[in-house]
Write a protein that binds this ligand. Structure first.
Ligand SMILES: CC(C)(COP(=O)(O)OP(=O)(O)OC[C@H]1O[C@@H](n2cnc3c(N)ncnc32)[C@H](O)[C@@H]1OP(=O)(O)O)[C@@H](O)C(=O)NCCC(=O)NCCS
Length: 181
């Protein structure tokens, strides 16, 4: 695993790490501002908290030279087995036939002050290496068809597999064979 990338489950202070993840999550997910307190908690739980609670060994953290957490990747090595996500993530079922070939998925976010410095790429590359080590040869993610982050994933050799309109949103599944160098 790359230097400065660590696994959430190995944090000595998981509570502090979780709070930092929460801060980064809401800074990078402006939709959260529309929710009342309890709904904000559900929103966080769906996209990050569930991963921290259920799969703490599959979530990665990136630290800067000052050792501050500046980004995280909430990962899931086996999407087909992640039953709660079928209920909570609105697009999860629609793309499920891809999860056989590309079983692992993730959500990655970097603090706005530390975007564009390569922390996101280090997190994704570490997750790909980790997935391969655990016997998963394919990784995927879902994003907006025209999202700014597409170029980021495409530079990391993720390719579009399908594009669907779900809840009035154009969404793409981008996937990568982990064995591609
Ligand atoms: C996408 C993201 C994880 C990439 O991490 P990073 O460390 O900033 O990325 P890198 O330095 O490795 O690569 C830079 C690329 O990231 C993407 N990026 C940078 N800032 C971004 C932002 N505010 N929003 C969306 N994508 C962004 C762009 O594709 C950028 O390439 P470009 O400069 O050619 O446009 C990070 O920018 C981020 O958290 N963005 C906001 C939330 C987001 O889009 N998360 C992904 C959800 S699917």
């Amino acid at each position: 695993m790359a230097e400065l990338i660590s696994i959430f489950s190995e944090e000595t202070d998981r509570f502090a790490a979780r709070e930092k993840i929460r801060e980064i999550f809401f800074l990078t997910s402006p939709l959260g501002d529309n929710f009342k307190k309890q709904d904000r908690e559900c929103f966080f739980h769906t996209w990050a908290g569930w991963y921290l609670d259920s799969l703490p060994g599959e979530t990665l953290l990136a630290r800067n030279a000052e050792c501050e957490i500046v980004g995280y990747l909430a990962g899931c090595l086996d999407s087909n087995a992640a039953f709660p996500l079928y209920r909570h993530i609105f697009y999860f079922k629609a793309f499920e036939h891809w999860y056989v070939e590309y079983p692992a998925h993730f959500h990655v976010n970097c603090h706005p002050d530390f975007q564009g410095y390569g922390f996101g790429a280090s997190l994704v590359q570490a997750f790909i290496a980790y997935a391969m080590k655990k016997g998963r040869n394919g990784v995927h993610l879902v994003t907006g068809e025209k999202a700014r982050n597409r170029s980021f994933y495409e530079r990391l050799k993720f390719c579009e597999k399908a594009c669907l309109t779900i809840h009035d949103k154009r969404l793409v599944i981008l996937a990568r064979d982990c064995r591609v160098g």
